[in-house]
Design a protein around this ligand. Structure first.
Ligand SMILES: [Zn+2]
Ligand SMILES: [Zn+2]
Length: 462
């Protein structure tokens, strides 16, 4: 690739391109992530990687290659970036692909890139791919990502399957759905080994085991980041939305948001802590749980079974509430003082015995669980909103006022909390119950999750 020799007429395409010359000019192109940023047209998000050898310098082009699109060129050595526009792109005419790139620098110039179709070397990987909202995820091949300068590439070892992924796959949340890149790779409880470092990454070693959760990135500058509440950062980006997630053999993650996983913790056990574990850990902390208090956990699933353990660890008396006898048996094994079937006639009385729980943590994505929780909460008690039903939650103001209830919510947690939680798990103080499955089983796992049939957390193992 080199500057076009006739800048006066840059768009004029050569009628035929010598294949050998093309091979010399360019070499490789790989599709990676698809996406747009907040204003919908920035090139900060990436679709293709093109590694070209221009005058001996390796340059990487990050762009959707289609006419009119703004793209970003990155120097592979320095990480320096330069923007340009694709003025035309044609795929494989006579076995040759062509692209014209016009630069928006002070002295505009034009590059023509010609490359033979044979030279398309797209490193692929296996992933669970979502092609459309509401359609099942399916295992398949997708181009393997390459890390940006401030990112690392993980070879994913395990990725937990979160209920949020079900919502995202169904397009239940309009804000998130609007930012989704297609085809989508979800998964935000990923643990893996670092296999590639971006040019500006210095504090992570190759081979290190790290994990990444819901927060793909946070700004570090907004009032919430400054106050240590980065989990509600105004500019946070979400793993699986802003960049492809962990239901894949490889994923790229921000070095700043990759958290070291203790070596004595298996990736399968560690993965679910990155969303399920962190969310309930943060909820209990946010609720100001104190020793000796009574905590009712509604829903003994991936989040609930960890909430029970964490509440017990904090010195609380725990009650598990669920519609499934099997899950209640499971809760007893985890040390719940009481296991209460949500559908019995005397459920309310049982929950209210002794004044009711000081804290109700609702992890079940069911409105009925919230209704039961608020009816049985101890006066001056706290309701922690964790599970996300599709319907609106509705409470009588009178009920809230009479009991002086507090309602708090929990949006995952911070990186500092994540490190604390990993340390607890590494010390053997909490254990995540997991059901492992292979990438091919992803749609069955989603169905089981939808029917509430998973005991503990499903974890994809790559
Ligand atoms: Zn999650
Ligand atoms: Zn922020």
């Amino acid at each position: 690739m080199k500057p076009d020799p006739s800048p006066g007429n840059p768009l004029q395409e050569k009628s035929s391109v010598d294949k050998r010359r093309s091979r010399r000019m360019l070499v490789r192109i790989a599709v990676i992530v698809i996406g747009t940023d907040r204003d919908g047209k920035s090139f900060g998000e990436v679709t293709h990687t093109m590694v070209v050898n221009a005058h001996g310098a390796l340059v990487e082009l990050k762009a959707e290659l289609s006419d009119g699109q703004r793209v970003l060129l990155r120097n592979k050595q320095s990480g320096e970036r330069q923007s340009c526009r694709v003025v035309w792109f044609r795929k494989a005419e006579q076995g040759i692909n062509h692209a014209g790139l016009e630069f928006a620098s002070a002295a505009p110039h034009f590059w023509q890139v010609d490359f033979p179709a044979d030279d398309w070397e797209i490193p692929m990987m296996r992933a669970a791919i979502l092609k459309e909202f509401g359609k099942p995820l399916a295992a398949g091949e997708t181009p393997r990502p390459s890390p940006l300068a401030d990112e690392v590439l993980l070879r994913v070892e395990a990725c937990g399957v979160c209920h949020s992924d079900l919502h995202m796959a169904h397009g239940d949340w309009p804000d998130v759905a609007a930012k989704m890149s297609w085809p989508a790779v979800l998964g935000h409880e990923a643990v893996g080994r670092v296999v590639e470092l971006g040019a500006k990454v210095h504090d992570i070693a190759l081979g290190q085991r790290v994990g990444v959760g819901w927060l793909y990135s946070t700004c570090g500058e907004c009032e919430h980041c400054r106050d240590g509440a980065e989990n509600v950062c105004l500019h946070r980006k979400v793993t699986g939305i802003a960049a492809p997630g962990g239901y894949a053999e490889f994923m790229r993650v921000k070095a700043s948001h990759a958290i070291a996983v203790p070596e004595n913790l298996s990736p399968v056990e560690a993965a679910p802590l990155f969303c399920a574990g962190l969310t309930v850990f943060h909820a209990l902390r946010n609720a100001g749980l104190r020793k000796g208090q009574h905590v009712a956990v509604f829903g003994v699933g991936g989040l609930g079974h960890l909430a029970l353990q964490l509440a017990k660890l904090a010195g609380a008396e725990t009650m598990a509430v669920d519609v499934s006898e099997a899950k209640l048996e499971f809760a007893k094994k985890l040390g719940a003082a009481q296991a209460i079937l949500a559908t019995n006639a005397d459920t309310q009385e049982l929950l209210k015995a002794g004044g009711g729980p000081h804290l109700a943590v609702v992890t079940a994505p069911e409105k009925s669980a919230y209704d039961l929780a608020i009816r049985t909460l101890r006066r001056r008690g706290t309701l922690a909103v964790v599970g996300l039903p599709k319907e609106d939650l509705t409470f009588f103001a009178d009920d809230l006022v009479v009991g002086e209830f507090k309602i708090i919510a929990s949006a995952v947690g911070t990186r500092a909390e994540m490190r604390e939680l990993l340390a607890l798990a590494a010390a053997g103080k909490i254990r995540c119950e997991v059901e492992t499955c292979a990438l091919d089983q992803i749609s069955e796992v989603f169905e089981k999750m939808q029917r509430g049939q998973l005991l503990g957390r499903a974890v994809l193992v790559m």
